[in-house]
Design a protein around this ligand. Structure first.
Ligand code: URA
Length: 217
């Protein structure tokens, strides 16, 4: 088996991506999963979307960020978190001393729900296997759920973010940090509330940083 693995690894490195054992090469596994997502017709969201938004980033990330579903800009370009909420997420990632390329960013559903409504139960159920496979392939050290839709759909719970954040949860033995969705902060009007929410997200990100290997400067 190990010999076969080595042979397939060799051909994979030579560019024959289709010749690989699942589990042996996260880049090839992700490419294969992306191809499946880009042909997915498991729910109605594929009819109304412009582009599928599978997710992007490092294929062996320390951190996996999971949002709710693509918004208008993400749908237009096929990339996750690149609109206003994404700009705030980029700032958070940078403040953590990281780049977008160091982490992986995805959503619970890979197609935009019309008018940015919350994804429906059957849409989430149809799409969750994609997210589960992403987690299996990426093997992140920490999962960050951005908002209660990501959190509750992944865990099958009904937590309120205000109550649950601050705790370290777990998904299949991977530590899971729940925090506010960037849009939650962007929709606030009251300056004090904005500062408090930003501070709480920062506290949550400190917990994330404590769970990943230290990076050399
Ligand atoms: N909000 C999300 O939950 N995901 C995105 O990709 C963009 C905005």
């Amino acid at each position: 088996m190990n010999e076969l693995r080595e042979i397939l690894k060799f051909f994979g490195e030579m560019g024959a991506e289709f010749l690989h054992l699942p589990g042996s090469d996260p880049r090839a596994d992700l490419a294969e999963l992306n191809r499946e997502i880009l042909h997915c017709r498991r729910c109605r969201l594929c009819e109304s979307k412009t582009h599928y938004v599978p997710g992007e980033g490092c294929n062996r990330p320390d951190i996996l960020f999971i949002g709710e579903g693509p918004g208008e800009t993400e749908d237009q370009f096929g990339r996750p978190f690149i609109g206003k909420a994404g700009q705030l997420l980029d700032k958070i990632i940078q403040k953590m001393g990281l780049e977008r390329e160091d982490v992986f960013i995805t959503n619970v559903v890979k197609c935009r729900p019309p008018n940015n409504r919350e994804p429906l139960k059957d849409e989430v159920e149809a799409c969750l296997p994609h997210l589960s496979r992403q987690i299996d392939i990426l093997q992140p050290k920490v999962i960050v759920c951005l908002g209660k839709v990501a959190l509750n759909n992944l865990l099958g719970t009904s937590h309120s973010m205000g109550r649950i954040r601050g705790q370290i949860l777990s998904f299949h033995d991977i530590p899971l940090i729940p925090t506010y969705h960037p849009s939650y902060i962007l929709h606030k009007k009251d300056k004090e509330e904005i500062s408090r929410a930003k501070w709480e997200v920062w506290e949550d990100m400190q917990k994330v940083l404590a769970l990943i290997p230290k990076r050399l400067p």
